[in-house]
Design a protein around this ligand. Structure first.
Ligand code: GLT
Ligand code: MN
Ligand code: MN
Length: 389
């Protein structure tokens, strides 16, 4: 195995306890794998070369644990982190498994459940911060509806805003060094989930009391489930300084929530994504929010985890190759060619510029005759990915 494809701490590869710890349950079948303890998962992640581990409160501490049990679990987990060097960059709250959240957490019509969701999240934030988390993810899997007959989307949005405002104040009040990252998903487990795309989240963030503390955690599978171009959403988040975290996995359009190994379905999209993250210098976690096939055993789970990281590193190498390829770069130069003749019309508005632009005579037929060699460029990209360049 080439040294180049060996994961290193600076790659910031992370997995959730729930990812390599996934036991292979699905809506039609019982688990196919034995559960691993959080300590065992930390050792597994160290063995495969990951940098960090993320968790929901209840991945680590069972929802009905006593305070004494909680403290013992945290001590054991911290010891595993110390023994392996694995870090905790991100934490989150499970606001979807317990029946209390059957109608949502922050957006349910039940004010007691909304209050309980805040209560639970404050404890979960304390736990995450205690173990070193700097990013706190909000994935509202149950924040939605099957029918809009009994729930107002306006109320839901207002309640979600109030909850996030409350929690950012909680973070400030406690002096925590913690930012929030909102994760969108169009559906599953709810029929429809509110704020279904990363773009919707970006718009919502600007309505909060502390928008500077809140960004997004886009997930490949989630934008893909909605039939959208994931890279375009990541780019919009990056442009706004809001790419606080990213969930890498894979997914076919139009299927159930698959959470496949990174690069398992659409290698070309994965390539453009890795190229983007590396080109812009994204320096956050590369979190693999995926799980092994239900047919996998423990050895195959390790192969899954190694595969996520190895594919990322291979695509990173391919991105460098793309950037250094003379033929590809000359096609790009042709596509981006600018003879400077429009320079006077660029930049900020001025009345004189507007008048000059209105007076300019364009050769419209000539504009329409200019082709762009995207076919050639795309084929070169495919050949590069297939390893024949
Ligand atoms: C769950 C979900 C993921 C979220 C996790 C964080 S939980 O596995 O499918 O997309 O990122 O809450
Ligand atoms: Mn997912
Ligand atoms: Mn996710």
């Amino acid at each position: 195995m080439s040294e180049m494809y060996t994961p290193k701490p600076e790659n910031k590869f992370t997995f959730g306890l729930w990812t390599v710890g996934n036991v292979g349950r699905d809506p039609f079948g019982e688990p196919t794998r034995d559960p691993l303890s959080p300590v065992e998962i930390v050792h597994l992640l160290a063995e495969v070369g990951a940098w960090g581990v993320n968790f929901h409160d209840n991945d680590l501490v069972p929802i009905d644990a006593t305070p004494a049990q909680r403290d013992k679990i945290v001590i054991d987990f911290q010891k595993a982190l110390n023994d392996t060097g694995i870090v905790v960059p991100m934490a989150t709250t499970n606001l979807f498994t317990d029946p209390a959240f059957r109608d949502g957490a922050f957006t349910t019509n039940d004010p007691k459940v909304r209050a309980y969701a805040l209560h639970k999240t404050m404890y979960a934030i304390d736990l995450g911060v205690e173990l070193g988390a700097k990013t706190y993810v909000f994935w509202g899997g149950r924040e939605g509806t099957e029918t809009d007959a009994g729930k107002s989307p306006l109320d839901a949005g207002k309640w979600f805003r109030e909850a996030l405002n409350f929690l950012t104040e909680y973070v400030l009040d406690n002096g925590y060094d913690l930012k929030f990252a909102l994760e969108a998903k169009p559906n599953e487990p709810r029929g429809d989930i509110y704020l279904a795309t990363t773009g919707a989240m970006l718009g919502f963030i600007e309505t909060l009391d502390h928008p500077e503390m809140v960004g997004v955690n886009p997930e490949v599978a989630h934008e893909t489930m909605a039939g959208l171009n994931f890279l375009h959403h990541v780019a919009q988040a990056w442009d706004r300084g809001k790419l606080f975290h990213i969930d890498l996995n894979d997914q076919s359009i139009g299927r159930y929530d698959q959470d496949f190994r990174f690069g398992a379905v659409n290698l070309k999209s994965a390539f453009f994504l890795v190229k983007f993250l590396e080109d812009v210098g994204y320096d956050g976690s590369r979190h693999f929010d995926a799980h092994a096939y239900r047919s996998s055993d423990l050895a195959d789970v390790k192969a899954f985890a190694r595969g996520c990281m190895r594919t990322y590193l291979i695509l990173k190498e391919k991105a460098a190759q793309f950037n250094a390829d003379g033929e590809i770069q000359s096609l790009l130069a042709e596509i981006l060619a600018d003879d400077g003749s429009m320079d006077d019309f660029k930049g900020h508005y001025s009345p004189a510029k507007a008048a000059a632009l209105k007076a300019h005579a364009f050769d419209r037929p000539a504009l329409g005759r200019r082709g762009q060699p995207y076919e050639r460029l795309d084929q070169l990209t495919v050949e590069l990915l297939l390893g024949v360049r």
